[in-house]
Ligand binder design. Sequence first.
Ligand code: GEK
Length: 243
Amino acid sequence: MANKDNIYNKPLQQIGGFTFDEQVAQVFPDMIKRSVPGYEKIIQTIAMITERKAVANSNLYDLGCSLGATTLSMRSALKNTQGCQIIAVDSSEAMIKRCSETINAYRSDIPVSVLQEDICNIKIENASVVVLNFTLQFLTPEKRLELLTNIYNGLLPGGVLVLSEKFVFEDELSHQLLIDLHLDFKRNNGYSELEISQKRSSLENVLIADTVEQHYQRLQKAGFEHNNLWYQCFNFGSILSIK
Ligand code: GEK
């Protein structure tokens, strides 16, 4: 069973900016499941997208892989596709260490490279499927367009990007209601008011969310002409972009 996330359940003297360190890596599966509505649905659906869009002898990328849930989902869908490899990248040492252990714990003929690296520094090439599952939101906004442009350039024609993010909304009333529903989701999953408010403070200036419109505009600037939201639950969702 996954370790329970109780990082913020005691009052903290000082709340530092959120980092993906050993403490977070230890509880990550529990944390993300209880905090991100639709996370499991998105992970499952990435397998379906992979099954349809992966082509023989191509690369698949899991950018900001954390413990490798997306990689495992993609790998499960690659059984009948010849010559593919998955490249899983994360800048956190704690995540990458655990990710390698998890990936190697299951037998498979699909090669997976697990790299500790900044996703802004890697070359994307010969790609059929690229996934940014709740990762772009942690890059400083100035770096986002360049990364998406690299991804566009590295994708094969017909290749896809799955971009899952937390969103903000221009319409004030909708924005507030969707945020409140997300907070209810966290309460229903056992987080206390103290945990919710301390986590919110630690994510301030670390997770910078865009509107769906901002994403579409940036994706278009990067070269993507076919962009659609395929999933949304409250203020979280996932966009499928096709080259
Ligand atoms: C999942 N995709 O389970 N370079 C590499 N990694 C980064 C960078 C960067 N510049 N910035 C942040 N990260 C996963 C979940 S979590 C989402 C992704 C969340 C990494 C960071 O270390 C962390 O592991 C991941 O992006 C974001 O499907 O915690 O909300």
